[in-house]
Design a protein around this ligand. Structure first.
Ligand code: SF4
Length: 438
């Protein structure tokens, strides 16, 4: 069978999206491609963002390939599944563009993982995968076997929507070391969240683990990348060495939480590569922070969220350190890591003057702390469920409207007043399954 894996050319006009708009490696498609090829399928990866392709060019590439299946993601790479743009405008347009030439259309991503039925309808695809998709896609090659595949929602023979099982989690031992084409690596000049130096050579993204053992109230990971799983060290190093051999000088580890692991850090010490991570500084003892710096870490994004214990408790951070101890570790990290950020969120428990004083204190010591950003209650996050119960067909609209109402001031990376979700998305689902595929 022939599978096209399509990452659209993303745009976020009018969106509340606060993720990085630059291109990143679509790790989920990298794994899927290798697993599909291992089973004898032919795979075309089309990355509209990394390859700077217009909608017409994406369509033309897919049309030339004439796939049996076309996979469309609803978020630009795994890195942003937890903070995806709420609107489905771009994947809707992509599905419409590819409807007549893409074969069976399959949606993957965070939206369908948390709200499968309405996402299936909105996207106008034939099937959606719930949760992590790489091991599910090969199982879809035979239409007759769909009724045995867990973690999918699709139109059955009777044209009713069938929801089968729940969100899937990949077995990290089964996922291979990724190999990326030279042409894609050469194009990847973005160094995600790096501020110490200008890129001289390509950057890349990798993961050493997936998921997180914590359950912060705002974190939208319950339906994917939830349970903490490490990749085997040998696989990580094989992938890393392959990227270094391709000229990559900087890796951003997209792990939800990059936890201290001495063996990995010692292996990094000996390799000519810099890297960035996101983590919780409360989990790093000073000696491991020093090793992190020696290993080549140049960027730490540490989720502190609130400057008070009360605020962190409200967000279910389960943090055992005091605010003073957190500040001490951040300042310690700055001794060996050029860029250290304490990420703050609007917890509604903190005195704004105290927040400013804390930010000033850290910034005097060279640690960046952002102004607290507003929280979007992602469907799929504990916050959403606390406020409105289980997500229904209006979940994204409800969370989006509440966000717009609640906050007059928006984060400094949201450049314009966001539009309502209804103004950003296609209102009417586009036509879906050709008769001969029903
Ligand atoms: S520490 Fe909290 S915010 Fe970070 S990944 Fe884990 S649950 Fe999400």
């Amino acid at each position: 069978m022939k599978y096209a894996l399509v990452n659209p050319h993303w745009t976020f006009d009018g969106s509340i999206y606060f993720g990085c708009p630059e291109p990143h490696l679509p790790l989920e498609y990298g794994y899927a491609k290798q697993l599909l090829e291992d089973e004898g399928h032919e795979v075309l990866l089309v990355d509209g963002l990394l390859e700077h392709l217009s909608r017409e060019e994406v369509r033309s590439r897919v049309a030339d390939f004439a796939p049996d299946f076309t996979v469309i993601t609803t978020a630009p790479s795994y890195l942003f599944w937890r903070c995806a743009q709420p609107e489905l405008r771009v994947p809707q347009e992509t599905a419409a563009d590819l409807r007549d030439i893409g074969g069976t259309l399959i949606g993957v991503g965070p939206h369908g993982s948390s709200t499968p039925v309405i996402t299936l309808k909105k996207l106008g695809v034939d099937l959606l995968v719930m949760g992590e998709c790489e091991e599910v896609l090969p199982q879809l090659a035979q239409r007759e076997a769909w009724s045995f595949v867990p973690g999918i929602v699709y139109y059955g023979q009777d044209r009713n929507i069938k929801v089968q099982g729940g969100p899937q989690a990949a077995d990290m031992d089964r996922l291979p070391a990724l190999r990326w084409p030279e042409s894609l690596v050469r194009r990847h000049d973005h160094h995600h969240h790096r501020f110490d130096n200008h890129p001289q050579a390509p950057g890349a993204e990798m993961e050493t683990s997936r998921g997180c053992p914590y359950h912060c109230s705002f974190c939208a990971k319950d339906n994917f990348r939830d349970g903490y799983r490490r990749r085997p060290l040998t696989t990580v190093l094989e992938e890393l060495d392959g990227l270094i051999a391709q000229g990559v000088e900087y890796i951003y580890f997209i792990d939800e939480i990059f936890l201290p692991k001495r063996e990995l850090l010692e292996a990094l010490v000996t390799r000519p590569v810099k890297f960035g991570i996101q983590t919780r500084i409360d989990l790093w003892k000073p000696d491991m922070i020093d090793l992190l710096g020696q290993a080549g870490c140049v960027s730490i994004e540490a989720g502190v969220e609130s400057i008070s214990e009360e605020g962190r408790a409200l967000l279910d951070k389960n943090c055992k350190l005091s605010t003073e101890a957190l500040a001490e570790r951040l300042v310690h990290a700055k001794k060996t890591v050029p860029f250290v950020q304490a990420t703050l969120m609007e917890s509604r428990a903190d005195d704004p003057d105290a927040v400013e004083a804390w930010r000033s204190y850290l910034m005097e010591k060279g640690v960046w702390a952002n102004k607290p950003v507003p929280l979007f209650a992602y469907p799929g996050s504990p916050d959403y469920r606390k406020r409105w119960g289980m997500p229904d067909d209006q979940a994204w609209e409800r969370a989006h409207a509440a966000y717009l109402e609640q906050f007059d001031e928006f984060s400094d990376i949201q450049s314009e007043r966001p539009l309502l979700l209804s103004a950003l998305e296609r209102a009417v689902p586009i036509s879906r399954i050709p008769e001969d595929q029903r």
